[in-house]
Design a protein around this ligand. Structure first.
Ligand code: ADP
Ligand code: MG
Length: 696
């Protein structure tokens, strides 16, 4: 099935095929990312209005929406211009007024003929002791009363789209939905009491009451599950494809690793040992490894990576390690080289800075197998970089790449085992959404001997005090990072702020003691600035967020972050993780510009009170939502229309399990359920998955 099933055609037709939708409305709907009836189908009401018919307004606690049958008693036209037009009406026990501003008399007389009965529904208020309904939402003849649902769904709107239009267009869409075969595991469906898909769609758009608007309503949960299941099917297919690739068991004998372990200045933590074992087992298996190593800053991922790389070398192959920035690549080289040399393993670096004959020489050595481990930046994956036998690719700080980029990388390095490392502890539901195609190792234990970091919030009004205290600390031989914020996402302004701070601190502390590093510096200058800081020549390093990930200078024990309120919590946690790496007690000052908003303060306080990356991530997710936590644009995080990752954590895990099981039983989706799942993939436009099942 490499084309969309015909049954779905009407749902993918133009919006204009729906009653009441013209090109103008279609354009307006596009603002809400609604481009086809299918999108409309997935746009669920956000609330509802109780429009059940009452016998009378008597006893109703106004203000609120009521629906009653009334008899029209008398029209009272506006006496002077600008005054409202009033209509006296009576229900079974009392009287009240309908009120209209700027109304056309003839229209009102036709709608509300004196002596006749009508159903009216709208907001009832008490004004000057008189009950009144201003501009009723609905005026209906009794025989048409059934047009008014007892519980009217309220949809999200955009300029140019009314509730009435949404209701009408959605109703037509629901009628277009074809009968589809079931893709949900029957046991799961029975256990959760989920309705069929068609029933769920119909119910979600015609809720019976406010409980059915909640994400916990069975119809809604089912539709959310469908969305997560489709996403997890994509990831499971990718995983399955990976695993079916021809095996390249990398059998390590441990000789090189032993030499490194003997030379190591520390004992690996339990968590590190467990991760190393998991990785080695994966590498030794005939399947291709696609594993995520997740660990908070400072949990010691580099050591685990080295053990994996050495296993690749022991097995007679090569290893590569890719970092997002040049600084990090160099630092990895510095950290790994002494250990690698102890084991007699040749390690080299390749970045965008390598050009000409030097680059050529490195490429030749790589192709000949004379370089065992190559670290570097994206430059590693350029076309002309050929390994003799690449067995393992380690990708560091993966959260900067999205799902699709990773799947791309997987295609490129055909049979190579892949180990992705991320320092961003992300909540489980997000982790499953983003890394659901991978197997996961977690470093949930920090190496011993760290001194805790004291975190304090300081208003920017106290800048000079901060600078004074910092000077005292520098005089004691301590080192500090000073992080300047991203100003309005403009790199130029960003830079200007950092340069200003640099000049300012230099004039206070003295020229030679302050360094500057930022993203737009030429690499050589960047390295020089970093090297001077590592060597302790400069004591205070002014930086933009380029130091966010990975940089390791144990003597640095002070972190100042300006405008901390503009950063994400995870990012602040990362930045703070740059200190607290040595024996000295460390300090992190979060400077903010007063006044802080309530939530801004709460966020910074979470950070002050906790250094548990996972807890911080959970809180961040709860406060900001998935897109913000990961930075939607960068994260490649899928957007879900119905599923709510913050609150439906359990569903994602269920979807992953179910999807993996289905793919294991039916890798090419040929069974009845497999075929139904294909339709779901088409329905929810899982293009990557469709490509995989089409190619087979
Ligand atoms: P991250 O997970 O943030 O990449 P690193 O691998 O950079 O962490 O390790 C942080 C620091 O901790 C490094 O200086 C490293 O040498 C040290 N380290 C790693 N593992 C241990 C351990 N088991 N015991 C003591 N120190 C360790
Ligand atoms: Mg690291």
């Amino acid at each position: 099935m490499s084309t969309r099933p015909e049954a779905l055609f009407p749902l993918f037709a133009a919006l204009e095929t729906l009653p009441g939708v013209g090109s103008k409305t279609a354009k307006a709907l596009a603002n809400m990312h609604i481009e086809s009836p299918k999108d409309l189908m997935l746009t669920l009401p956000t609330s509802g209005i109780d429009r059940r018919l009452r016998p009378s307004i008597a006893g109703f606690a106004a203000p609120g929406v009521v629906t009653v049958k009334v008899r029209i008693e008398r029209h009272i036209p506006a006496r002077t211009k600008g005054r409202p037009y009033r209509v006296d009406v009576s229900d079974s026990t009392t009287t009240f007024q309908l009120v209209f501003f700027h109304a056309r008399t003839d229209w009102l007389e036709r709608q509300l003929p004196v002596g006749e009965e009508r159903i009216v529904s709208g907001k009832l208020e008490v004004f000057d002791g008189l009950a009144q309904m201003v501009h009723p939402d609905h005026i209906l003849k009794e025989e048409l009363a059934s047009d008014l649902p007892a519980f009217e769904p309220v949809y999200p709107l955009t300029q140019g789209v009314t509730q009435k239009l949404m209701a009408k267009a959605t109703k037509a869409t629901v009628e277009l939905c074809p009968q589809l075969a079931e893709w949900v595991d029957p046991d799961l469906k029975a256990k959760e009491h989920w309705p069929d898909w068609n029933e769920a769609i119909a119910k979600a758009h015609s809720p019976d009451g406010s409980l059915e608007i909640l994400p916990t309503a069975p119809a809604r949960t089912r539709l959310a599950y469908d969305e997560l299941f489709a996403h997890q099917m994509t990831l499971a297919l990718a995983r399955g494809q990976n695993r079916r690739r021809k095996g390249r068991p990398s059998l390590a004998n441990g000789t090189l690793q032993k030499r490194v372990l003997d030379a190591l200045p520390f004992t690996p933590t339990q968590a590190q040992q467990r991760a190393v074992t998991e990785i080695h087992d994966d590498m030794a298996s005939p399947f291709r490894m696609n594993r995520l190593l997740q660990g908070d800053v400072g949990s010691g991922k580099t050591f685990v990576a080295l053990m994996a790389l050495l296993a690749a070398v022991e097995a007679g192959g090569q290893g590569a390690m890719m970092s997002p920035t040049e600084i990090l690549a160099r630092q990895h080289l510095q950290g790994l080289r002494p250990l690698a040399e102890k084991a007699g393993v040749v390690i080299e670096i390749l970045t965008g800075r390598d050009t000409g004959s030097e680059r050529k020489a490195k490429l030749a050595a790589l192709a000949a197998g004379d370089i065992a481990i190559l670290v570097g930046t994206h430059a590693l994956f350029q076309k002309d970089v050929l390994f003799q036998d690449l067995r393992l690719a380690v990708v560091d700080e993966q959260h900067r790449f999205g799902v699709s980029q990773r799947l791309e990388l997987g295609r490129k390095s055909a049979a190579t085992d892949v180990l992705v490392m991320t320092a961003t502890p992300i909540p489980r539901s997000l982790s499953l959404a983003q890394y659901g195609d991978m197997d996961v190792s977690v470093l949930d234990e920090k190496p011993p001997g760290r001194t805790p970091i004291t975190t304090a919030l300081v208003s920017s009004g106290r800048l000079s005090e901060v600078v004074d205290r910092l000077e005292t600390s520098l005089n004691e031989g301590r080192q500090a990072y000073w992080v300047c914020p991203l100003v309005e996402e403009s790199e130029t302004l960003d830079l200007a702020a950092a340069e200003d701070r640099f000049k300012n601190l230099r004039s206070v502390f003295g020229e030679g003691r302050v360094g500057l590093v930022h993203g737009q510096m030429p690499s050589a200058q960047k390295d020089a600035a970093m090297a001077a800081f590592v060597a302790g020549e400069t004591q205070c390093l002014v930086a933009t967020t380029v130091i966010e990930v990975g940089v390791d200078v144990p003597n640095a024990s002070i972190m100042v972050i300006e405008r901390a309120e503009t950063f994400g919590l995870a990012q602040l946690h990362q930045l703070r993780g740059r200190v607290g790496r040595g024996a000295t007690a460390s300090t992190c000052l979060l400077m903010y510009q007063a006044p802080l908003t309530e939530s801004g303060r709460r966020r910074l306080e979470i950070l002050r009170d906790s250094d548990d990356g996972f807890r911080i991530a959970e809180e961040d997710l709860a406060m900001r939502g998935a897109g913000d936590v990961l930075g939607t644009a960068q994260s490649g995080m899928p957007r879900f229309r119905i599923a709510d990752l913050e609150r439906q954590t359990g569903l994602m895990a269920m979807a992953q399990k179910d999807a993996r099981r289905l793919i294991e039983m039916d890798p090419t989706l040929q069974s009845d359920r497999g075929k139904a799942a294909r339709t779901l993939l088409w329905l929810l436009e899982q293009d990557r998955a469709i490509k995989m099942i089409s190619v087979g």
